[in-house]
Design a protein around this ligand. Structure first.
Ligand SMILES: C[S@@+](CC[C@H](N)C(=O)[O-])C[C@H]1O[C@@H](n2cnc3c(N)ncnc32)[C@H](O)[C@@H]1O
Length: 326
């Protein structure tokens, strides 16, 4: 896909995510050969629209419109290309914990939780949040982080009382740790500011949710190791207590691994004999085959929720809507 096509596709996604300012900027870049030539100086993996716009904001770019960003981008092109080489897309979206919690509830505790691509480790705190779908509640009802999940049951209708949804607390998590190429320390204001910059500027609700999750994480910061998801997995897994069930988690991360490395990751999880919960783009993994239930909109079938490679359902990119199939 050309850089222009990536930005055109991103513009549609920004529209759907209620970020019109980013949609306008993405369209501006997509149709501007001079701006595209600047971005094409960065490595292909770093030309990601979310990353590019966040890097511009981080370096002090005007928030919009494109007619204001364009001269800034051309004047600061060297800085933008250099910063793109230093940064990764690290959006830590706690809302993905909602589908994650549905799968985790099916694993008998106690659990040792190991997340790859953990960013700041906010999804490692899945058991410390509360969840609701209609009248159904699970997780920690007293948590400052409460997440809503719109669930469609396997029988087709909206049935929050469906037996596939958890009730009560999640399995006890007795150990948790994460791996990331560039772990984000929740105690470091600058590092948290990068997470904030990755959010759409109009989405104060997401900023507020992030703030609440970070505040909770600061009370017991999760252990994070700087390593590659494949190369670092076995060493960190070896530290998990033997009397707990090791559960490896990947959400919105494997897309950043080259194709061969994705399969290497899946093979490594198999070698460890670990349980594996994934919430990844639906078409990404050959081992995870998720059917799209009739009536599910394309946006609601963006990701597949799977336990040990067996699909449990499909959902949106952020974990707010879930069509359970098992
Ligand atoms: C989009 S974030 C997702 C964070 C979190 N899992 C979530 O869903 O909120 C992807 C994370 O994966 C990390 N990452 C990318 N490639 C990686 C690799 N090969 N090994 C470990 N981490 C990686 C990035 O640094 C980033 O923090």
């Amino acid at each position: 896909m050309s850089t222009s096509d990536r930005f055109l596709a991103a513009a549609l996604a920004f529209d759907r995510e209620e970020s019109p300012s980013q949609a306008e900027l993405a369209r501006g870049i997509a149709l501007d050969p001079t701006a595209l030539a600047v971005l094409d100086r960065a490595e292909e993996a770093r030309r990601q629209p979310v990353l590019v716009l966040a890097v511009c904001r981080w370096l002090g770019a005007p928030l919009g419109p494109w007619s204001a960003l364009r001269p800034w981008l051309l004047a600061r092109s060297d800085d933008v290309v250099a910063e793109l080489a230093r940064r990764l897309t690290q959006t830590n979206d706690v809302r993905r914990c909602a589908p994650l919690s549905v799968a985790l509830a099916r694993v008998p505790g106690p659990v040792a939780l190991l997340e790859v691509g953990a960013s700041a480790g906010l999804c490692l705190m899945v058991d410390r949040y509360g969840y609701r779908s209609g009248d159904r509640r699970w997780g920690d009802p007293s948590s400052p982080v409460q997440l809503a999940l719109d669930v469609h049951s396997p029988s087709g209708g909206r049935a929050p009382k469906t037996p596939e949804l958890p009730t009560g607390p999640l399995p006890e998590v007795v150990w948790r740790a994460g791996i990331d190429l560039d772990p984000v320390d929740v105690r470091d204001r600058d590092q948290v500011a990068w997470l904030e910059t990755l959010l759409p500027p109009e989405r104060g609700d997401r900023l507020e949710l992030l703030g609440r999750a970070v505040a909770l994480a600061r009370t017991a910061p999760p252990r994070l190791v700087g390593a590659d998801a494949v190369d670092g997995l076995a060493a960190l897994a070896a530290e998990a207590p033997a009397d707990a069930t090791l559960v490896v988690v990947s959400t919105g991360t494997l897309v950043y691994l080259p194709g061969r490395r994705r399969q290497a990751f899946v093979d490594e999880v198999g070698r460890l004999g670990a349980r594996w919960i994934s919430y990844e783009r639906r078409d990404l993994l050959t081992d995870v085959v998720a059917e799209v239930p009739p009536g599910a909109r394309p946006d609601d079938a963006f990701a597949a929720l799977a336990l040990d490679g067996q699909a449990l359902g499909v959902g949106d990119a952020h974990g707010t809507r879930l069509h359970l199939t098992a």
